[in-house]
Write a protein that binds this ligand. Sequence first.
Ligand code: FE2
Length: 207
Amino acid sequence: MQRINWNFITNPVTQKHEIITETDWYVSFPLNCNINELKTWAKSVQRLSSGTKFTSGEYENALWWGTKCHPALKKRLRQICPLRVIDSSSNDKKWNTYIWEMPTGGKLNKHSDIQGKGTTFVIVLEGKFKMITYHSKFPDQQLDSYVINPGEIFVLKCGDKQFHSGECLTNYRLAIGVYTNHSTDPFRDHSEHFVPWWSQTIRKIIH
Ligand SMILES: [Fe+2]
């Protein structure tokens, strides 16, 4: 018997949402956008320059391109929460969207995210990617993992505190990363405005 988990969450800020799956460390939403259109767009951004290598030590062999969010994706993500506002006078806020490419697959090394920024929505366009989470007090201890497939919007909860790593399960990965607005981010408990995303889950299981 095939069981489909179909969750709906009511959040005081963002109303009702369809989700694919959720635990205490992540939530995954359906993309509900044309993935082929996003792929075509991402590749057009990539053709504009040769891309930049990650220097943060998180990836060994990956490239990124900064850009503005695709309008259809922006509309979709804003149904979940506000996105980071682009400020052209700030080098750090020049973009709110990144195209990420792992041209030969590989690993995302264990890290916790930089504090003081919003969460990143991760949208895998091509390839399968396994995200792994670790115990907050014992970061050597792996707790759980989740495979992100194309067509999902994946979000880590409190990735600025919780260590995580990743592994590309295919030999190529193309993804989009979009920053949320820091002060209204419902996925990190850093703000006085914080309204936890996971506070009001209503689960409905369809057989
Ligand atoms: Fe991260």
